[in-house]
Design a protein around this ligand. Structure first.
Ligand code: PEP
Ligand code: MG
Length: 884
């Protein structure tokens, strides 16, 4: 059985041998080779760890000669002696091939007995420190190997201190420690039925067996359950010389970050404690000395030489790993030792700063920086906030539990939240409290309000994790889930009423307040710049209001690829008119109701076009089935009937007639234009007048119209001809285009097959991958979430195809549609505006020449920009074949 030695700048292993040595062993070997001051030691490889688990007694016996040989090497090298003086003590630590922080056992100070404890005291001239180390060892040995509950040790300690007359913070005396050693010996013997052996070799073997066995403890098993990949069946073990930070005033322990931990700025950072061991630093027991160069009375002034050594160490580690690291170290009688170093887990802002600086310092290339950033994490930087000086008075204030602001329609149940969100509407979920059943709904909501709960309530914890604003524990708010109302003071809000919440202040406002993105750091702009230089696809935003459009533009969108005009109908002042359009009993009534909506639409379009001055704006004409605009409750229907002078019975009959068994395959999209052409006529008039007005105000207008749910070229031609004729009749003002630019959505399978012919009629194409996934899979986008998790659990699907494009099926059809369209018109512009467009995995494939642009919601624009840039340097699916 081969062991691997490391020490004094040489190591038999290396960083590449993770599978053989376990990650800790590989790291120690690598650091030693690098010339870092690692205490010497040796690694028992994973293969030995496995044998120790399978066949403990035989293995440890077989291991004995090698252990002795390696210990002798260690003694020679360290000039200390195992079991004698100056005493060599060792630590035994487990190290799995995939790190499992804190899961595997560790035993420190192996080799201590009454004689070596005395030798340690004499050697260091600090018998008290030696005794403290001994009692610590007894406790750890007793717990790990004897199975003694720590509580009993604590009880003995209290008793000894009491008897010695020591008060709470009095340091323990040598006499008391000596008595404690005695008591701990007895305690271990009583509870473990075996004394702590005094023979250091026996201790070492017991420690090795116990640490190897910890591979199967509950924590480690739990870790493995969370990991995929093969179980290597055991862990590596590292036996390493102990160094002590508690021996004298020149000793201590600390933790160092190679850059400032909270900002990523250049310069070492961290804490150091004199006469302490590593744990004291981690637990923050005493006030530590700062490692920061600029800290008053920091280590740089207290111990300049040590500080210089630490800076050299930081440079050595960073120069090798080219990452910001967190390094645990000990100083023993003035000599620096590294115990562990690993890449520091940092928030995105810090990672961005470090990446930008490392590129400047020549440590990494800009493409390495791109590889290091998790595009999805971008959300954490993009919390929108309320635009300053909004002037609105808050209705009430609860606990500010998760930062950022959100605006949307109030909904009172998880089901409704999901339903609205699937229609791409922004919702604020309002409940008394949330439970794990609400997770999906919480994910789809823009923000969460609960009347009950505190900083650690379900809603608070989950929203913080999701990076979503929440306001919790609003005492002045009453929610009636049955009636679906929210009462704040005297005011009653119903489903669909718009609220704005500020999770940074805990305030709730009535109506929609303008949001803006936070100030993004310079390093963010640089990293995004590198991504933009590399990507070959254009990124536009989906937006239905000038506010959202401006936001998308600020976040880097170079156009609006989809305006879902139906969302405009839900805004105050329009929804009733829209309901009258639907319930109208004759064409005149419908025309009158539409005439009331038209000025609103014109205004909305004008603002949007001005916000996107100079950039393309693709406005899609009405798409969803009409009954989605009708209220669900019969009282509300009756109220509309009253308003319109229609009998309750008749309103209900009309509403019932509109209900469809398969509304998503029913009376929607351009089919509405064929049966009820007045709606598209009104929208087209509004767009044309808005274009003229925006142009008059100096904006460069690049509006285009998009016709949804086309399944046949003739259907598209029919609608287009009507709109073209209408455009001529409207006698557009000078400077307006000759002809409207009108495109077709490609979102049903038939449209893909006939894309070549549709391309003859349409000025551009936009792939609606949401509906296309629905129609290609025959999978309802509204209902799939109830059973898709079972497919994912059973391994029948890798991803939800509504999140990540199904490249084999839907992707194949998209490719075919694009090929056929380009065969007709080589230069036709093709976009994709479904939700999958910004999926990190899908973007790479999409920009591989498939489409010219994607369009996604504003906050996903940076994610898509980054993911597209990253895809050029990462092995993300670039072709359909590269995906399983
Ligand atoms: C689509 O179907 O992909 C699309 C963008 O339209 P909607 O989601 O509005 O149906
Ligand atoms: Mg669609």
């Amino acid at each position: 059985m081969r062991l691997y030695y490391f020490g004094d700048g040489k190591a038999e292993g290396s960083g590449t041998l993770r599978e053989t040595l376990g990650s800790k062993g590989a790291d120690l070997a690598e650091l030693t080779r690098l010339g870092a001051p690692v205490p010497p030691g040796f690694t028992l490889p994973v293969e030995v760890g496995r044998a120790l688990l399978d066949n403990p007694e035989q293995t440890i016996k077989a291991l004995r000669p090698e252990l002795r040989r390696y210990l002798a090497r260690l003694e020679e090298h360290s000039e200390r002696t195992f079991g004698s003086t100056p005493p060599l003590l060792v630590s035994v630590r487990g190290g799995a091939t995939t790190p499992m922080p804190g899961a595997l056992a560790t035993l420190l100070n192996v080799g201590l007995n009454p004689q070596t404890c005395k030798a340690l005291g004499d050697w260091s001239q600090n018998p008290r420190a030696a005794l403290r180390i001994y009692t610590r060892y007894q406790r750890e040995y007793g717990a790990l190997i004897g199975g003694v509950d720590d509580f009993y040790f604590e009880e003995e300690l209290d008793d000894v201190r009491r008897k010695a007359g020591l008060r709470f913070d009095d340091p323990i005396t040598i006499d008391a420690l000596q008595e404690l050693v005695q008591r701990y010996e007895e305690l271990i013997e009583t509870w473990a039925h075996r004394p702590l052996p005094h023979d250091p070799h026996e201790q070492l073997e017991a420690a090795i067996l116990a640490v190897a066995a910890s591979y199967n403890n509950e924590r480690a098993r739990h870790f493995r359950d969370l990991q995929s990949g093969e179980d290597p069946g055991g862990c590596g073990l590292n036996v390493q010389m102990m160094v002590f930070g508690t021996l004298d005033a020149e000793s201590g322990a600390g933790v160092m970050w190679t850059r400032h931990r909270n900002t990523g700025y250049a310069g070492i950072d961290g804490d150091f404690l004199f006469e302490a061991q590593g744990e004291d630093v981690l637990h923050g027991l005493r006030e530590a000395i700062s490692l920061r160069e600029d800290a008053p009375a920091g280590l740089a002034t207290e111990k300049p030489q040590l500080h210089r050594s630490l800076r050299r160490l930081a440079n050595l580690v960073e120069g090798h790993y080219r990452r910001m690291h967190r390094i645990e170290f000990t100083v023993e009688r003035g000599e620096l030792f590294v115990l562990q170093t690993r890449p520091s887990r940092a928030p995105l802002e810090v990672t961005l700063q470090v990446c930008a600086d490392m590129v400047d310092e020549g440590l990494i290339a800009d493409e390495d920086a791109l590889r290091r950033i998790d595009a999805e994490e971008m959300h954490s930087l993009l919390h929108p906030r309320l635009a300053p000086n909004h002037g609105a008075a808050a209705l009430t204030r609860g606990l500010a539990t998760s930062p950022g602001a959100a605006t949307g329609f109030a909904v009172f149940s998880a089901q409704e939240a999901e339903r609205f969100a699937e229609l791409n509407m922004n919702v604020i979920l309002v409940k008394n409290e949330t439970t794990p059943d609400d997770i999906r709904a919480m994910r789809s909501a823009r923000g969460i309000v609960t009347t009950r709960g505190g900083m650690t309530s379900h809603a608070a914890v989950v929203t913080r994790q999701m990076g979503k604003p929440s306001v919790v524990g609003c005492a002045r708010v009453r929610v009636d889930a049955r009636k679906q109302t929210l009462q704040i003071g005297e005011k009653i809000f119903r489903q669909g009423d718009v609220l704005t919440i500020d999770g940074s202040s805990g305030e709730i406002f009535e109506g929609e307040l303008a949001l803006m993105p936070p100030d993004l750091p310079e390093s963010w702009h640089r990293v995004m710049g590198w991504a933009d230089q590399r990507r070959t696809i254009e990124i536009r935003g989906n937006a239905d209001s000038a506010g959202d459009a401006a936001l998308a533009r600020r976040l880097g969108a170079t156009g609006i690829g989809l305006v879902r005009t139906e969302h405009m109908f839900f805004r105050p002042g329009r929804i009733n008119a829209m309901r009258e359009v639907i319930l109208a009993q004759n064409p005149q009534q419908r025309k009158d109701a539409l005439a009331r909506i038209e000025p609103h639409q014109t205004q909305d379009f004008e603002e949007l076009l001005i916000a996107m001055d100079g950039l393309p704006v693709t406005i899609r004409l009405l798409d969803p089935p009409l009954h989605e605009f009708l209220p669900r409750r019969s009282e509300d229907l009756e109220a509309i009937g009253d308003q319109m002078g229609i009998a309750a019975r008749d309103v209900k009959r009309i509403a019932n007639n509109l209900r469809e068994s398969n509304p998503m395959l029913g009376h929607r999209g351009c089919r509405l234009a064929i049966s009820w052409p007045e709606i598209y006529d009104m929208q087209t008039r509004a767009i044309v007048r808005a274009m003229e007005r925006a142009q008059r105000k100096g904006a460069t207008v690049r509006a285009e119209l998009l016709i949804p749910l086309v399944s046949d070229p003739a259907e598209f031609r029919y609608v287009r001809q009507r709109l073209d004729t209408l455009y001529q009749e409207l006698e557009p003002a000078p400077g307006m285009p000759e002809r409207l630019r009108i495109g077709s959505m490609i979102e049903v399978a038939r449209a893909c097959l006939l894309a070549g012919e549709i391309a003859r009629e349409a000025d551009f194409l936009s792939i609606g991958s949401n509906d296309l996934t629905q129609s290609v899979y025959g999978l309802s986008r509204d209902d799939a979430s109830t059973f898709l998790p079972a497919y994912l659990d059973a391994g029948l699907m890798k991803d939800n195809p509504f999140h990540s494009l199904d490249l084999h099926g839907v992707g194949a059809l998209i490719e075919l549609a694009c090929e056929r369209a380009r065969a007709t018109r080589a230069d036709i512009s093709i976009g994709l505006c479904g939700e999958q467009g910004s999926n990190v995995d899908s973007v790479g494939w999409l920009q591989n020449g498939v489409v010219d642009y994607i369009s996604c919601s504003p906050y996903r624009v940076p994610i898509a920009r980054l993911a597209a840039g990253q895809a050029t340097v990462l092995q993300r699916p670039r072709s359909r074949d590269s995906r399983e």
